[in-house]
Design a protein around this ligand. Structure first.
Ligand code: CTP
Length: 159
């Protein structure tokens, strides 16, 4: 598998190779915080689940986020419960560290590692273990923007 090239969702170019890998190992994995679960998250998970048989989501724990200087509005166990209730998700695992991905890929026999395009290029080194793709993000929605909107709504209400 050495020498694979990570791809920015070039299914037309590499569809054959990706489909063969997924046929052999039809498990897909992705990671994220998924705070204030929104339509950008849903669309990513829906597109990913359509590519294989099983979608595993690594959900960032509150402690892991704190280490990155990120505070969530929804606590970890609630974010997990929301993800588990999503029909596109087969299994949710905790994301505790940056370096667990290689272990997870081997442990769960993952054929495809996928993230949104804000992470493009960041995980290419995993492509000795499985295919790596980055899907285009949904425009005009993010947890950060939702938090900013809620903040503005509170200020407007007070004013
Ligand atoms: N994502 C997406 N489209 C969006 C927002 C997120 O496809 N509009 C994807 C991200 O690229 C990532 C996954 O959803 O692969 C989880 O993203 P996360 O960081 O939890 O969500 P964001 O809304 O990007 O949160 P933040 O604003 O805190 O970065």
């Amino acid at each position: 598998m050495a020498g694979r090239k990570a791809t920015f969702f070039h299914l037309s170019e590499r569809g054959g190779l990706i489909m063969q890998t997924l046929h052999d190992n039809p498990t897909i994995i992705t990671y994220g915080t998924f705070d204030l679960f929104h339509v950008g998250h849903i669309r990513l998970l829906r597109r990913l689940s359509a590519l294989g048989k099983r979608l595993i989501v690594g959900c960032s724990t509150d402690e892991f986020n704190e280490g990155k200087g990120k505070r969530t509005a929804i606590p970890y166990h609630h974010r997990v419960e929301i993800l588990q209730s999503c029909r596109y998700v087969s299994k949710v695992i905790p994301e505790n560290s940056w370096d667990q991905k290689r272990r997870d890929i081997v442990k769960y026999k993952v054929g495809l590692f996928a993230m949104g395009s804000d992470w493009a290029g960041k995980f290419d080194e995993l492509n000795d273990l499985c295919d790596v793709i980055y899907l285009p993000r949904t425009q005009d929605v993010s947890t950060t923007e939702l938090k900013e909107l809620i903040q503005r709504m509170r200020v407007d209400k007070v004013a």
